[in-house]
Structure formats: C-alpha cells, structure tokens
Write a protein of this length. Sequence first.
Length: 171
Amino acid sequence: MLFLKMGKTLRLILGDQLNAQHSWFSTVNNEHTFVMIESREEGSYAPHHIQKVVGIFSAMRQFAHSLKSQGHQLHYHKILDSTEANLRTVLASIAQQYGAERIELQEPDEWRLREDLEQLKDEGFKITWCSSEHFISTREEFQGLFEGKKTFLMETFYRALRRRTGILMDM
C-alpha cells in the first residue's frame, strides 16, 4: 500500500472522541494528519454487544468523512485492513509509514488505554497529550485538589468546581 507523507504530526482520534467542536478541527493544517483506527482490541477488551461496536465504527466512519470533506488530512484504518488487534501497534506502524516526527493524542477516558499508548515513547516516538475537551475540569485540577489529603470525597471536588464555575450541580 502506498502512503503519502502528508503531515509530520499524527493526531489520533479515538471512537469516543468524535467531537467536531474540538480545537484540533478549527483550522485545516496540512502538517497534521489525523488517524482513526478501528481496533479489534478496543471492541473486545470487555464484553460489548456487536451492535454497539458497529455503531461506534459507523460513527467513526461518518466523522472521518466529515473531516475529509472539510479538507483535513486523514488516515483511516478499517478493522479489516490488518490482522493486528492492538491499537498502539497499528498506530506505531502508521507513524513509521508516514515518517511522523510526533504523535499527538487526546487524553483517553480510560487509564488502561493511556498506559498502553504511553508505551509509544518506549518505541521512540515523541508523544504529546492534549485535552479531550470532554470535561469541565482537568485531571490535574482534580489531583491537585486532593494532594496531601487523607480522604477523597467527591463532594469536596464538586464544591470546588461550583466555586470556580458558578454552576450548580443538583444531583
């Protein structure tokens, strides 16, 4: 398969990060190539109904089509494109094919996935973690609030968040 050297930075978009309002998509930059991967592993690490997996892949394909129509560079890896199941391994292979200098990743919602993707550093890739822009708070803010404390009460976090934002969360 022939790969064009489109962008020196790859930006991975996971199946639960299909946010058209994310700052990554505000302008078209040919130095960035977005990568989307239909991963066998992500559909099988825990029991998922097949319709859920198909729904996620369908949403990913529609999002990819939207990005392409806006002029963004995109590499889309379909589940049948290889027998490799591991998302990190597929991403590393794509990065090598593109001669990518850096891989940018939105913070995944699961620690399991972050720990796996963090191993890209051990494989010689420069990686940068970016906010997924899914949440009203950051992980750093959450961790900082409880630093040096003996108890972790969500009430403490919610009160601090309400003071900072002025938003009241009833339930």
